[in-house]
Design a protein around this ligand. Sequence first.
Ligand code: NAD
Length: 462
Amino acid sequence: MRLETGVAPVGDSIEVIDPATEQVITRLPSAGPEDADRAVARAKASFKTWRDVAAGDRATLLRRVGAAVEAHATDLARLESRNAGKPIGDALGEIGMVAATFAYYAGAPERLTGKTIPVPGGVNMTFKEPMGVVALITPWNFPLAIASWGVAPALAAGNTVVLKPAQLTPLTALELERTALEAGLPEGVFNVVAGQGSVVGERLVDHPDVAKITFTGSTAVGKRISARAARTVKRVTLELGGKSANIVFADADLERAAAAAPSAVFGNAGQDCCARSRILVERSVMDDFLDLLSTGVASMRVGDPMDETTEMGPLITAEHRSKVASFLDDDTTVVARGTAPEGPGFWFAPTVVTPNSPGARAVAEEIFGPIACVLPFDGEDEAISIANDTIYGLSGSIWTENGARALRVARALEAGTLSVNSNWSVRIATPYGGFKQSGTGRALGPDALDYYTELKNVYIAT
Ligand code: NAD
């Protein structure tokens, strides 16, 4: 049986598919609620000792996990590339980031300090305490990278972790569990449960022994999880969808902006929460920009993810490809299109559209595929107003040679993670997350640790 949607029925096994060939890579047992319970019980038991491991020893263990990931980087990258359909060069970059994320948060345990606050009659002290069992629910687009953004800071802060990877791409998470054990992480500290969101994910969200949920995925599921988690007043971090703007002013270095625009939206085949899928171009340079962009799109290398020269792979499933294709409707005009292989594989050519009506779905909705929507604007105020006209607020770019304008616009945009004259959103050392319906809380950087600790305040009367 070939699984068109990639989603295994409850009680069945998960068929893991290579989206570039449509071949089954492997079959895994699909975990049930009892598996989630067992993983939480293991994590709860090991929390008692992990929280008291000396900070320096926790740091050493995290460093070892990072080094072990680095040692297995080629194999992990090949697995990620095959399972998620991403170009091997991108996959190697992501696995490198996983190793570096563990190395970065290995610096945290010994720096997790509180404050002393003199008060009348005594002194208050604050402590950043671990929360307990943290459950991470992750998506299929950057499977291991996004998992590491939660696993590393959560463990660094003294929590134990249960990770539920997306059922479409569970393989590297399971490898990470093995790698971490080999590196010396004590049993039960980091646990992976591969199963369906509606079964394992919901069980983790409901579980009374889970203290915190970090969910990365669609805004629709994030809302559901948020409401469910409220029943047990769980701490929740949500990293959700986006509809980010790439704003190109007439005073920008147009060639640089146009050269960067394709990777900003077609990277990971557009299956990127940070995709700058709305390209806003100042009207006076629209024609020139579109000429440059069309040339870039036509020359994109779409094909075999294992080929080191490939820039874009397939979409994740046939079902997802149909959803992406539905955005090419009567409300849009295709103004540029690249090429893609015929199949097998869930291919979709990189495509640039302009809207025929303000209500076009391609303008407002997250497409999560390789379709960019180009919109004209007149002046700074209109650019800001169009960019902010969305329920999302994840990321975005501003292209201009005017530094004051760059800062003005950056301050006015309702988005959590912006870049000027660059596409770059995500760096290990800086906070990452969304405004509005793109989420709550922040990943990465020193601030992420606040989302994996409880602040305790102790008064000592003197
Ligand atoms: P999804 O919401 O369908 O699934 C994400 C995870 O949630 C999966 O592990 C899934 O099994 C699980 N899940 C599904 N239903 C659940 C439920 N009822 N209870 C608990 N868990 C459940 O998202 P996806 O299709 O895997 O990923 C694409 C989406 O993720 C896009 O909207 C994208 O923008 C978003 N995303 C956001 C970020 C970010 O950092 N903001 C990063 C990557 C992806």
